[in-house]
Design a protein. Sequence first.
Length: 423
Amino acid sequence: MMRKLSKKLSEEEKTVAKNYGALIVLQGLNYLLPLLIIPFLERQLGLEKFGLVMLAQYLMAFCVAAADFGFNVTATREISILKAEKGDYSTIYFKVFWARMILLVVVFMLLNLVVFLVPRFTVEWEIYLLSYGAVIGQILLPDWFFQGIEKMKLLTIVNVLAKLIFTLLLFLFISNPDDYTFVPIFNSIGFLTAGLISFFLSLKYVKWQWPNFKDSKDFYNESFQIFISNIASQLSNAANGVVLGFFGGDAIVGIFSAFDKLIIAAKKMYLPFYQAMYPYFSRKSFNEKLKMMKKLIPVITIVGIIGFSIIFLMGDWIIQSLYKDDTIYENVYLFKWMGLIAFFTGLSLLFHSLYAPARKLFNDRMKMTIIAGIFNIILSLIIVPIYGLKGTVISVICTEFVLLGIAALFYYKDFKKSLWVKS
């Protein structure tokens, strides 16, 4: 019996390692491409047009969070449990698929209202609507499904192909500021390619079903909590670029984006591990989860300290090597302090993106992100009109610190509960 159990655990761990390896390749590309694409766009488009296309991407982040509706977390967990039970994936798969298709239409209608009613967006309305193709591609992409069945290698290959197509198109056709409209078009082509290919590949694992939302109340309620969390999370992330754009203009957004995209790449170094661990972690008992967390916390802390040290000590060299605009380099001290975000995020993600979803603490996760999101918006609206770019950076750092503190409190509460259960 023990040998069989040991062998089973060994197989699970091998699967986690394979998925982690595939995700490492994908995230490695996510590190490399921003180092090529972002400086290239800044040089070819100039700071103002570069800031414009980045502002559109910040707005699209809200659209993705809304159209996904939290299924990236809840559906992944359900699929991973079905995998362990050797169940049929079809019902849950198409409940997610059809709900996402409906939401895509609704979100696009809302985007049109925002773009054509807000003068700030109406001026360059084509950029925002053309950018929506990337949202369609991301929603078609069943990454949640492949993560749940723990076959990330296939998804990695498709994503790498799509990202290479996008990058190649940029380098072939973007040569001056007048070409800025091509950026959202090529970005959409890349995401649509990945979304369509992976969608058709996923159909081999399921049987086609037409819309049927019966007996789905609990699932959609849980997803709604994640949806609110994801929207609130965007209030802590993408909203910074949008608020800065309103008060500072496209050129200032360009400077912030030059820093922010590099910090996002640094934050993503944690994601392959958490994504690979999530299905495996979800199947573990309460006490096993706590034991694993005790091991993970010091490791993630050390990784975060190393990441911050690299950004702070090498920030001047990194920015000077990548960007040509003197205005960006003049603000390099802000980029160096933004390295704290990479440190704070690693630990907060451990709590609210791995532990809480795996424990089905969706309501707690929602509370964490709502508090942090509201804090960020209030702080941004107070200090960004006064301090501009510096105010945005202060707001981002403070928000990440607050989110980490809140996540640690929720984890501590759950940990104390375990001690009470034992006693």
